[in-house]
Design a binder for this molecule. Sequence first.
Ligand code: FDA
Length: 529
Amino acid sequence: MMAYYVIVFLALISYAGSVEEQSVSFKNCMKSSAGAATSIETIALTSSSSQYQQALQSFEQNPRWVNSSSTSTSPTTPLVILTPLTASQIQAAILCTKKLGMQIRVRSGGHDYEGLSFLSYSKAPFVMLDLNKLRSIDINLADETAWVQAGATLGELYYKISKASALHGFPAGICPSIGLGGHISGGGFGTMLRKFGTAADNVVDATVINANGTILDRKSMGEDLFWAIRGGGGTSFGVVLSWKIKLVRVPPVVTAFNVQRTVAEGATKLILKWQTIADKLPKDLFIRVVAQNTGANSATVQVLFNSFFLGGIDRLMPIMKQSFPELGLQAKDCTEMTWIQSALFFGGHSKDDAPEALLDRVTTFKSSFKAKSDYVRKPIPEAGLEGIWKLLLKEDVQALLIMEPYGGRMSEIPESEIAFPHRKGNLYNIQYMVKWDVNTAEASRRHVRWMTSLYSYMTPYVSNSPRAAYVNYRDLDIGTNKRHNTSFAEASVWGIKYFKANFIRLSQIKEKVDPHNFFRNEQSIPLFS
Ligand code: FDA
């Protein structure tokens, strides 16, 4: 027994030694690189640094892994957190990690549901590039575009647009602290998706650093790679440095409403109707449904009809009366506001809060969660909805479904236009989420098991062949790459769900632009052959 402890002790010392040596080798390589002029010590943190944990956890949204007990299958954290100040430091980091046999992870906003921007399940040493110092936003109203760096957040972008113009906006996600690097790479949608499509649909140029450390723009990267980074998920092809986006025109007044009903008050019938109209309404109107329990011992499920309209109440009311009279919407339920106020309203603030609230990227309240997603192509019948409510009421922590309508512009864009594939034929997307505050391994197992049972229950009601999923609602349970060169066929288990037929082209492009599979993670696009 004693011998065993001695061996473990020696192994730990040698591991610590090798970690230290690898960090030093990486830093030395960076120092000797012409591009990395700034003192490396000011931009690199190793696990022995007192600021390391704070830097690691500050932007992540899902502390499910960070505090739960460590096991052999627990993910590992970065050897070095590098916060580049310039593109040349990213170029140097790519070349150094490659030379030293390390991997790289990229974090823009840190919102990846499974933590893939800062955690690895492969045990290979890796450097995390934290892009939070690369967040410039340059708006050009003359041609209605903006160049935005990947480390900027949606809130920063919305804020900057509103400072430049009261009549422009950008169609992307709802949570202001999301990073543009990951969000747009995966598609990115919010309240204006029915009018303008996804964020990725509104990208007109980009800069990317590839596995050779070369900076490419749309012209030099070519249309294949430019296609792949718009919806093909982050980090399979390179480090996105910046996006050039097309701004969209918004009216001076938009309207929001929240109407809440419980299942006991007849919300099921309202959802039955909503399913038949939500994707067919005028493109200006977005009505999503959030159905949730209210934590432990919920007696009934609460259903929120949460809506955004590109126009005023006068124009909204006749549309609602004609298409959804059952909701009983009245003008007093609606609030007119500016587009930037709607970003505050949907982002969890009051519309009257100072817009500077959108600049806050650090989430102070975090709870662990597990999420999954589905696409619905035909209305779920009443009995199916009732089964969902039963499952929600069985869970003793907050559990919810967010159902976001498609149709409109989303149905006009062909599936193969960009890598994001979820278009015509989808009534709505569902995001399932369960959240808990007691962050133990046992709690995590229990709530994930509940989520698995809900997902299994939903099988007959959602898309099949493939059972589609949205890559930005990352879910490692649908399948992962198990080894360095996971084959296309093996990866198809999860890849076809996220990308449908576009998975083939994504894999062919991967083979062309990153033939040694340098940019890889648990759900990165595999080489085609
Ligand atoms: P993060 O930095 O964790 O990156 C996510 C992935 O992209 C990782 O694999 C990462 O390596 C890679 N990546 C990041 N930056 C990159 C870069 N510069 N180059 C290459 N790869 C890069 N989605 C949505 O469509 N609509 C919504 O309304 C919401 N709402 C929402 C709310 C909350 C609270 C959360 C936590 C998440 C959402 N999402 C969402 C999902 C969100 O779009 C998704 O998590 C994005 O990938 C987050 O991008 P970040 O840059 O913040 O994450």
